[in-house]
Write a protein that binds this ligand. Structure first.
Ligand code: SF4
Length: 262
């Protein structure tokens, strides 16, 4: 049965919630200390309107909805990263899905890609439950932070290079804040890989030149950080068997070991 979700009301030009800080705190309760620098960054991300095309799209989708989610109030805003401020492992995807993260307000939550990712995280002991259906479903990640180089749902899941570049400062700031504890990163797909490498460089890591190419299973050592490539958990990859559950678990296990997670 569909569960009505209490996300902020969204309109074409959404009025700012009376207290955006309180709204986001509620959505991410239990994930981290709300006063942390990362929590403050998340709140700023959720208020961003820097990309006109993506702002229009995310709000249009939130207003028109998919019939199956007609009883939901869509998030319809940028989706911040999800996971603790002292994460040792990060997972970097592409961008929120129109009816997934853009609906629920949490990364990879409420869509098929997220079903695959969170099941695998649970299987290898990095998540408290195998499902991720809404921002208030109680899911916790253990030492893992999930984020994306683009925080708004793009049409056809394809941000433009300009939108990717406009969003990069958010990822750079997030990586800088995670840096004291971050020891490994899994990047899902070539888009995320190409977007993440400059962000790592801007955040202070030494990234080899020429930049290493994306491949599933590739592993690159930056200074103090192991970077892993993994095919994206998109339906196109998982339905065709290009990425199997075993392959995903293997990358996550290896990355967790590199990060020093139990
Ligand atoms: S994609 Fe990033 S930079 Fe563009 S509006 Fe969304 S949060 Fe802001």
């Amino acid at each position: 049965m569909a569960v009505a979700h209490r996300a902020p009301a969204v309109s074409r030009v959404p009025p700012r919630p009376a207290s955006p800080q309180r709204t986001v705190r509620t959505a991410y309760r239990g994930r981290m200390d709300d006063s942390s620098a990362l929590a403050r960054l998340d709140r700023r991300v959720a208020d961003c309107r820097a990309c006109p095309r993506l702002v229009e799209w995310r709000e249009e989708v939130a207003r028109t909805k998919r019939a199956a989610f007609a009883d939901w109030t869509y998030w319809g805003r940028p989706v911040p990263g999800f996971g603790p401020a002292d994460a040792r492992l990060a997972i970097i995807g592409l961008a929120p899905a129109a009816h997934g993260g853009n609906r629920t307000g949490r990364m990879f939550t409420g869509d098929r890609s997220g079903d695959v990712l969170y099941q695998a995280l649970y299987d290898v002991g990095l998540a408290s439950q195998p499902t991720s259906v809404s921002a208030d479903d109680g899911l916790e990640l253990y030492g893992v932070r999930i984020t994306a180089p683009v925080h708004c749902a793009p049409p056809a899941n394809k941000p433009t290079p300009g939108e990717r570049d406009t969003c990069r400062p958010w990822l750079v700031q997030e990586l800088r804040l995670l840096r004291p504890t971050l020891r490994a990163v899994v990047v899902l797909g070539a888009f995320g890989w190409q977007a993440a490498l400059p962000a790592f460089a801007e955040a202070g890591w030494t990234v080899p030149r020429p930049r290493p190419a994306f491949a599933h299973g590739t592993r690159v050592a930056l200074d103090g950080l192991d970077l892993f490539g993994c095919f994206h958990v998109s339906q196109r990859n998982t339905f065709t068997g290009r990425l199997t559950a075993d392959m995903l678990r293997e990358v996550l296990r290896t990355a967790a070991e590199a990060a020093g997670l139990p």
